[in-house]
Design a protein around this ligand. Structure first.
Ligand code: NAI
Ligand code: NAD
Ligand code: ISE
Length: 343
């Protein structure tokens, strides 16, 4: 059976997911699209030669579209409304991060899913499908380095756009580390503190960049995460887990090495679309396959909620300069024992 998919938001990542479903993956077909910018929705239909209807908004797409599932790839503040409407319509929904921009919004989504009685929502935390992170998790789970004690990581983008604000370093960028590190450790966060080094001259005047986030888990692991979204040289994701018996480190993306003109080196990617291209392919294929089986196994609305609560505390810590506590509600039974997304 081919899954009929509607796409809400045809910007950068909406188009990229449409491309992969149309050209690379199996079992899915785009039958409906919408974007608040209708020209963007029309353009993607033309670009990929889609046999898809363009709807004026998410509500009409969900009510009238010939669809089994939707991808929500609009900007973050629009996610909650579309996900709630999809659950109301009983449709499976893959939502890009953040699930909602507030913890209360994620809570409303969980409550709607719990009321529906079955998981319908998968969140776009694709790093869980990246082979490098999967290898790190395997090493931690098999106690190759003993108990993990510290993590050092960095999330660097070459540049940020004019609409990118200091809090987005957390809610848009660090949110990937927030998700993947608690998944790696099987542990939740206890507190956070944020510090600001000297500001780069490449950041716009309204921005704090870089930023250093110190997270502590309930198990006592200390994590230092650098966010540097105007680093210029590349899109660079680093993660090193320091344990009692050794250290494991995220592999670099594979690429040829070049010896030339008295230099030795490898290329560094510039675009997030390329750095995690295989992980995006795997997460969307997993969504298509899981919907086909009637049972989702990827990152849950609970994972989206954990990320939102943690991000809220990080933003508070950005403003206060103090150590802020991170407290979660009790985990609802619907999310107990759920698989957490694997390759
Ligand atoms: P974008 O700005 O390129 O695209 C967003 C699109 O959504 C725009 O075309 C906009 O017109 C449309 N839109 C906004 N509100 C809408 C609504 N209510 N209904 C329909 N369309 C609406 O943004 P981009 O980079 O594609 O990001 C989209 C989402 O994907 C964000 O949530 C972002 O956090 C996430 N993202 C995730 C990445 C990842 O690595 N998983 C990478 C990049 C983005
Ligand atoms: P984008 O700005 O390129 O695209 C967003 C699109 O959504 C735009 O076309 C916009 O017109 C449309 N839109 C906004 N509100 C809408 C609404 N209410 N209904 C329909 N369309 C609406 O942004 P993007 O880079 O594609 O990011 C989109 C989402 O994907 C964000 O949530 C972002 O965090 C996420 N994202 C995730 C990753 C990742 O690595 N997982 C990477 C990039 C973006
Ligand atoms: C973007 O939305 C993403 O999700 C990318 O993975 C991240 O690196 C970037 O900073 C975000 O803006």
């Amino acid at each position: 059976m081919t899954l009929k998919i509607g796409v809400i938001g045809t910007g950068a990542i909406g188009r990229d997911h449409i491309r992969r479903i149309t050209s690379n993956l199996s079992g899915g077909r785009i039958t409906a699209v919408t974007d608040v910018n209708e020209a963007a929705a029309n353009a993607v239909v033309e670009q990929y030669g889609l046999d898809a209807v363009v709807y004026p908004d998410d509500q009409s797409l969900l009510a009238e579209g010939d669809i089994d599932a939707v991808l929500v790839t609009s900007w973050g503040p629009a996610h909650e409304q579309s996900v709630l409407a999809a659950i109301e319509a009983g449709k499976y929904v893959f939502c890009e991060k953040p699930l909602a921009t507030t913890a209360e919004g994620c809570r409303r989504i969980m409550d709607a899913e719990i009321k529906h009685g079955k998981r319908l929502v998968q969140v776009g935390f694709m790093r869980r499908y990246d082979s490098g992170y999967v290898q790190l998790k395997q090493a931690i789970d098999e106690h190759v380095i003993g108990e993990p004690l510290m993590i050092r990581c960095a999330h660097r983008n070459p540049e940020s756009g004019p609409n990118y604000t200091s809090d987005m370093a957390i809610t848009d960028t660090l949110i990937h580390e927030i998700d993947v590190l608690h998944w790696l450790l099987g542990d939740d966060y206890k507190s956070v503190q944020v510090s600001y080094p000297r500001k780069t001259r490449h950041a716009l005047s309204h921005m704090r960049d870089p930023q250093v986030v110190l997270l502590e888990t309930n198990g006592g692991v200390l994590i230092t995460a650098e966010i540097f979204v105007n680093c210029r040289y590349g899109y660079d994701i680093q993660c090193e887990v320091i344990g009692e018996d050794g250290i494991v480190k995220l592999p670099e993306p594979s690429s040829i090495s070049l010896r030339k003109e008295a230099m030795f080196g490898t290329r560094i990617l510039m675009d997030w679309k390329d750095r995690f291209i295989e992980a995006y392919d795997r997460e969307i294929q997993d969504f298509i396959d899981s919907v086909g089986r009637g049972e989702l196994q990827g990152p849950t609305a609970w994972d989206g909620y954990i990320a939102a609560v943690t991000a809220d505390a990080c933003v508070k810590a950005q403003e206060s300069g103090q150590r802020e506590e991170i407290e979660l509600d009790e985990k609802p039974a619907l999310y107990e024992g759920q698989a957490v997304g694997q390759a």
